[in-house]
Design a protein around this ligand. Sequence first.
Ligand SMILES: [Fe+2]
Ligand SMILES: [Fe+2]
Length: 161
Amino acid sequence: MEKINRILEHDLFNVYLSEISRIEEKEREFCHHDLIHFLDVARIAMILNLEEGIYVDKVLVYAAALLHDIGKHMEYKQQIPHEQASAILAPRILRDCGFEEPEVRLIVQAVAGHRSVHLAEAPTLSGIIYRADKLSRPCFSCAAADQCNWSDEKKNHALKY
Ligand SMILES: [Fe+2]
Ligand SMILES: [Fe+2]
C-alpha cells in the first residue's frame, strides 16, 4: 500500500481535498466528498471485489476510490462534471506516486466512469467503483433526504455494506 500512502501525502491531493471541504462546509449539508467518503468507497469496493470474484489489485481499487471525486471543486466553481475533472487531475498525482502508465489508464478509466450507468453491473474496476460509490451513502439515516437529488429508487433505504 506504499503508493496509496503516497497519494494520501501528495500536496495536490491535499490541496484539492481542502478546497472541496471549504466549499462543502458552506454550501452542502449532506454527502460530503471527503476522505471519509473516499475510504468508504475503497473499502466497499474491496468487499465487492472479493465477493464477486473480480480480484482487481487492491492498490488499483484504493487509488481509483481516493481519486474518483477529487475534481469536485471544479464542478462547484467551473461547472465541469466532476468525473471529468477528476480524470483530468488524477494522472499527475498517480504518476508522481509511482504508478505505471497501464495502471494510470485503468484507474483514470474507473474515475471517469464512476457516474456512467452502463458500467453499473460491469465485473471490472470501473464497475466496482460505480457500485461502491452508490452503496456508500447512508440515505437510511440522512437528515437531508428531502434536499437530495437522488431518486427514491436510487437511495439506499437499508444498509448493505
Ligand atoms: Fe462522484
Ligand atoms: Fe463519490
